[in-house]
Design a protein around this ligand. Sequence first.
Ligand code: AMP
Length: 301
Amino acid sequence: MAIVCVGSIALDTVKTPFGKVREKLGGSATYFSVAASFFAPVSVVAVIGSDLKDAKLAPLKARGIDLRGIERRKGKTFRWSGEYSYDLNVRETIETHLNVFEEFDPVIREELRGFPFVFLGNIDPDLQHRILDQMISPRLVVTDTMNYWISGKRDSLIKLLSRVDILVINDAEARELSGEYNLLASARWIIDRGPQTVIIKKGEHGALMFRGRSFFSAPGFPLDAVFDPTGAGDSFAGGFVGYLAKTEDLSEDNLRRAVIYGSTLASFTVEEFGVDKLLELATDDIEARVRNFRELTHFDL
Ligand code: AMP
């Protein structure tokens, strides 16, 4: 089943203890769409400026991602820069320049409005609302957000929660949004405001899925080297939603499998800057790591 993904397309400048890149293709829609494209057809809705060369998006096109919903506007592409210390779970945003995003008012083309799977990537919650206004009874709405919007557009974000099925968020953001330090209490606070399911990502420590009274914990995949954590969250969401769209099964058991696929895609992303690692993957690489994941948590009683 097909997925509509709305989010940022960015030029990212990132510094980690292991290197630095300038104006690398990033953004929530980029990471999400590449990860999800291993499982299901993806159409991207986003905005870029006149400064982003078509060649930068060529690798996405080559993966069969539908880019017709990307609007090119006069002005500069969204830019973000961030820096990590040796504790790669902690990131400092240095600069956020919304640029063409400030005036973006997405119109979803007719053909996409009935798509069953909707991913609202990390963008202004007002835009996320306007996307949902245009969709016709989607089967599953998954959304992500970030500290920038939690502090800047809190009311709009809280209203959005009543319109989504699954919120994917990291641990620090869940605490900031809910005002609860304890993650279980944070998840309950969020569930009380709408989503049936909340997934809290904990960087290299894995992810927790909360649904009603049940929860599921996936470890972080142990990697020899983590190079750049940027985009791990969006790649997680891409693997997660992509797997659900492919299997068309929203049962608890399948959501658990989807968390493992999401974690797998995220684990590949962090091995290189940008989407470079994802772009060189084959489906067999993904399946092999999913099997390794299963072994990692298997034990007999
Ligand atoms: P993640 O590491 O998965 O949380 O996502 C990192 C991506 O989010 C980067 O590629 C950034 O370009 C993008 N990003 C950072 N800040 C924002 C923002 N305020 N709105 C939309 N996208 C953002």
